[in-house]
Design a protein around this ligand. Sequence first.
Ligand code: PDD
Length: 288
Amino acid sequence: MIAMPQWAFVNDDFRPFSEAAFPLEDRGTQFGDGVYEVARIYRGTMFGFADHVQRMLTGADLIAIEHNWSVENLRPVFTELIRRNEQQDGIVYWQLTRGTAPRNHVFPHGVAANFMAYTRDYPDLSASWENGIKVIIAKDIRWLMCHVKSVNLLPNVLAKDAAARQGAGEALFEREGLGVIEGGSSNLFIVKDGVLKTPPLSEHILPGITRNYVLQLAAAAGIPAEQSYFSRQELLAADEVFITSTGVEVMPVVKVDEAVIADGVPGPLTRTLQQRYEAMISEAAGGR
Ligand code: PDD
């Protein structure tokens, strides 16, 4: 069971998690008017902290949320939160919304943003990392600002629920005219003839922090990589498939719907990138 954390941070102070709350007219709750982030904690240290905060700042700018948060003033908040919760391994979740105001689609200006953060334990995925997972393909019914990590996650929630009901660990979104572009909460890579492929950054996908690290690790390992779209047919005919995210890290995919990928086991480039990612974590956090 995942234990409840002791402390959360809400706007300007630490509060017991069980008592922490957002107002009823928080615009994130009523309109999905906000952005969020998830970062991993390894050995009591946040991994990729500045990159996650930067993505939140960019997202908040793109939807014109006024706030005073920065890498500098968030760092001590997270450090203290992790210390209070004695969170050695796990995740930190945070959310920044357009604040509280009488319900109106037209948004107010000069209203203080609402911010909250808390930590959580994260499940052990060793068996899936070792054996790979099954995924399904779902129609991408999302909007055209998927590069903003907004709290509007209904299409993702529905697609991932369909996946779970079919015994799959992720749903891959297929966007008409583009191909299969990313997962419900992960980025997508394939390997064909020794070349790594992932869809390019655009308004159709989230610029994953893990995606970026994996592209850097591939370059360092001399693995050729291409940022280009690929179809469902190319995905099914790939030599290797894997997904990446803060949570699942580098996760091999061995089955897409009922089709087995290659010979049904994680491939060699996936293994290399898993190991290099593991080494990167160890270096950042002094080991797992
Ligand atoms: N999701 N694409 C989508 C749609 C995502 O929601 C996520 C992350 C990613 C991977 O991004 P990153 O490598 O920066 O975690 C790609 C988080 C983990 C979540 O919603 O829980």
